[in-house]
Design a protein around this ligand. Structure first.
Ligand code: NAD
Ligand code: ZN
Ligand code: ZN
Length: 389
């Protein structure tokens, strides 16, 4: 089959690889009909996630048709259309029972690697380094889906791929980020990053009762989408002092909740930005936490800082004194996607949500290398790319 494989920094290639086969009785093989590129894939493309190997198939947002089933998957049939959640979860361990699917304790065969870096291991993830299991990803013609009896969700008749594809990751991610904010009537939520995750976090914040949402980025097309579609008040961090602007917009108090939908490759302004860049380049820190620092300092006393943005390792100059003395709460995690698929599918069905608005580019799987370049460089007002095998 054809698949998009990682070969190094800024180097992905669509090549021929062996077809996946059923390895375990709870596996399914999915013939992929739509797949997408995530901001998290850019962290692989830019070389920030360790333990990638040349030839690894990447991609973790995908859906398609069941073409083969293991003997223990009885709830699905050949021919069913399914969306596949990006965290691989067994459904029955201590954490899965608690609905903490992205920290399933059975799905990462390389748990020892993750334990060295993080103390304990999260779940396996499709196409996301050997640290999270070394599973082949979904930017391909076919994928093997472990625990297919508990993860994938069936697509109701009449719904298009584009309507449901983002249930695999970014729609639940934006929603979980907003849910973590414990929004009450009158609340102001500020969102750093107007990529697809940020856009869905903004919509979800309103859905959960926020009174005002403020969107922070510097890319005009993304700020425009935040304003026009998500009804957020845009702030261009290249034009204004974000901390000062947020104070002014909230009567000096600060937003009730702040969402970091940027993650470890935040672009920094001024001296601190240069400092992070140099330190990361010299391998003296693993991440560039500019947006996170800003969110922590801006949040009002007693507020929540919700972090869907991905971080990899050890972060420098995190104002822990501010967090402690001002009673902040930090909520974060890889999304427990399985928890949100059904309820969000229903919100799409009844018209409360239409996630298709983030799609700016539709390309073929063969064009994946070009698509990565366009998405990374935000060329041609690119916000989200859907690839068709
Ligand atoms: P994206 O790269 O499209 O968007 C990031 C946005 O942040 C860009 O628009 C960029 O201009 C903006 N930005 C950069 N520096 C900034 C700064 N200092 N202040 C404000 N904005 C800044 O990515 P995406 O697909 O929207 O994903 C966003 C983050 O969420 C990534 O880190 C991704 O890995 C992560 N993510 C996490 C999960 C999860 O399970 N927790 C799932 C999906 C994605
Ligand atoms: Zn993702
Ligand atoms: Zn589990």
């Amino acid at each position: 089959m054809r698949a998009n494989c990682w070969y190094g920094i800024n180097d992905v290639r669509v090549t021929n690889v062996p077809d996946p086969t059923i390895l375990n009785p709870r596996d399914a093989i999915v013939k992929i009909t739509s797949t997408a590129i995530c901001g998290s894939d850019l962290h692989l493309y830019d070389g920030f996630i360790p333990t990638m190997e040349k030839g690894d198939i990447i991609g973790h947002e995908f859906m398609g048709e069941i073409v083969e089933l293991g003997s223990e998957v009885t709830n699905l049939k050949i021919g069913d259309r399914v969306v596949v959640p990006f965290p691989i979860a067994c459904g029955h361990c201590f954490f899965c029972e608690e609905k903490l699917y992205s920290v399933c304790e059975n799905s990462n065969p390389n748990a020892w690697m993750a334990e060295k870096m993080w103390g304990h291991s999260p779940s396996g993830i499709f196409g996301y380094s050997h640290l999270t299991g070394g599973y082949a990803g979904g930017q391909a013609e076919y994928a093997r889906v472990p625990y297919a009896d508990v993860g994938p969700i069936k697509v109701p008749d009449g719904m298009t791929d584009e309507q449901v594809l983002f249930l695999s990751d970014i729609l639940p991610t934006g929603y979980m980020a907003a849910e973590a904010c414990e929004i009450k009537p009158g609340h102001v939520v500020a969102v750093w990053g107007c990529g697809p995750v940020g856009q869905f976090a903004m919509q979800s914040a309103y859905l959960l009762g926020a009174e005002r949402v403020i969107a922070i980025d510097r890319v005009p097309a993304r700020l425009r989408m935040a304003r026009d579609i998500c009804k957020a008040e845009p702030l261009d961090y290249a034009q204004v002092d974000v901390a000062e602007a947020l104070k002014q917009m909230t009567g000096g108090r600060g937003p009730d909740a702040c969402i970091d939908a940027v993650g470890l490759e935040a672009h920094g302004m001024g001296v601190v930005g240069v400092y992070d860049k140099v330190k990361a380049a010299m391998m003296m820190q693993t991440d560039r936490p500019t947006a996170l620092r800003e969110a922590l300092m801006a949040c009002r006393n007693g507020g929540v800082v919700s972090v869907p943005g991905v971080y990899g390792g050890f972060l420098d100059k995190i104002p822990f004194g501010s967090i402690m003395n001002r009673s902040l709460t930090i909520k974060t995690g890889q999304t427990h996607v399985q928890r949100y698929m059904q309820p969000l599918l229903e919100r799409i069905q009844n018209g409360e949500l239409d996630p298709t608005f983030v799609i700016t580019h539709r390309m073929s799987l063969e064009e994946a290398p070009l698509a990565y370049e366009i998405f990374k460089k935000k060329q041609d007002e690119c916000i989200k790319v859907v690839l068709k095998p």
